[in-house]
Design a protein around this ligand. Structure first.
Ligand code: PMP
Length: 296
């Protein structure tokens, strides 16, 4: 699904076949989760392809790596070039790009001296879960920022998210919503969250969430469209009373949430602000940034 015999990946400065790429079973990341990743999208725009906000994603990757004492020996510009070459080499246009920074062999709980860098991509037309999502509030909490830097995409942070998603599916829901350690709505397992109430949007404030690039793009679009967005602490009770809600993220784009814990939101998706935003977002990701000239 993610690669075939012809897939080329970038590993530690070289282009290699995915099937021949090797990694140590003693890599610290594999044992303790001390690695970081990011996720970008490339879009076919009818005139080639466009990678959306690569500079912002790669800066986040470098900042995340620093938090776990790993080094990325490439500039944001280098990483952007590698990403474009990756898509070209694999004859992709609509794709998901996955850079990963991981530690070398190290079985002790101390920073690793060796960092590795890997980038791959696979075909991605639409997120499989594009249907309206029935969600539940998870019994798993988003890790506290006092336990781990939640603003970084650290691999280990994703165990809570994976458990939350598994719990939701086991109980017959499509997806989970995690609360933070104060009991406020934080985010989905792989996306940020917004809700609509009386023609305005609300989203959890920064601090206990991943500062999503899609989240900030949505806020930029809302600014352009004159839609008011408030960042604040959101209780589950406020969320239940929303007119509508949606997840957002690089992979999911804008995905509508139709219910939470069995409570259906009253507004139809087609009439919601989220639906309008999705149309603008889909234009923006294809055209507003240009090869090698990303303005952030
Ligand atoms: N929260 C979490 C936990 C995520 O994994 C993601 C996906 N990266 C997001 C939010 C959305 O972030 P972005 O819009 O930058 O993809």
């Amino acid at each position: 699904m993610y690669y075939d015999d012809r897939t080329e990946v970038f590993l530690d400065g070289e282009w290699v076949k995915a099937k021949d790429a090797k990694v140590s079973l003693f890599a610290q990341t594999l044992h303790y989760g001390t690695g970081v990743f990011d996720g970008l999208r490339s879009y076919n725009n009818g005139n080639g392809f466009n990678i959306f906000k690569p500079h912002v994603h790669f800066q986040r990757l470098k900042d995340s790596a620093e938090k776990v004492f790993l080094n990325v020996p490439y500039s944001v510009e280098d990483l952007t070039k590698i990403a474009y070459e990756l898509i070209d080499r694999n004859n992709l246009t609509n794709a998901y790009i996955r850079p990963l920074v991981f530690a070398g062999p190290n079985m002790i709980l101390a920073p690793s001296k060796e960092s590795h860098f890997f980038m791959t991509a696979w075909k991605w037309a639409k997120y499989p879960g594009f249907e309206p999502l029935n969600t539940m509030i998870s019994s798993y909490l988003k890790p506290s920022p006092k336990s781990t830097p939640v603003e970084a995409k650290i691999i280990g942070n994703y165990s809570a998210n994976t458990l939350a998603s598994a719990e939701a599916k086991k109980l017959g829901f499509d997806e989970a919503i995690l609360l933070d350690h104060d009991g406020h709505i934080s985010e989905g397992p792989g996306s940020n969250i917004f809700y609509e109430k009386d023609g305005e949007l609300f989203t959890p404030k920064l601090g206990n969430i991943l500062p999503g690039i899609t989240r900030s793009t949505i806020m930029e679009i809302c600014d352009e469209l004159g839609v008011k967005v408030t960042e604040k602490d959101i209780t589950p009770e406020e969320f239940y009373k929303a007119d509508h809600a949606f997840f957002c993220g690089t992979a999911t784009e804008i995905t509508h949430i139709s219910s939470v814990n069995g409570e259906k939101f009253k507004k139809k998706w087609d009439d919601s602000i989220g639906h309008n935003l999705l149309e603008v977002y889909q234009q923006k990701v294809m055209f507003d940034e240009y090869r090698g000239l990303t303005i952030v």
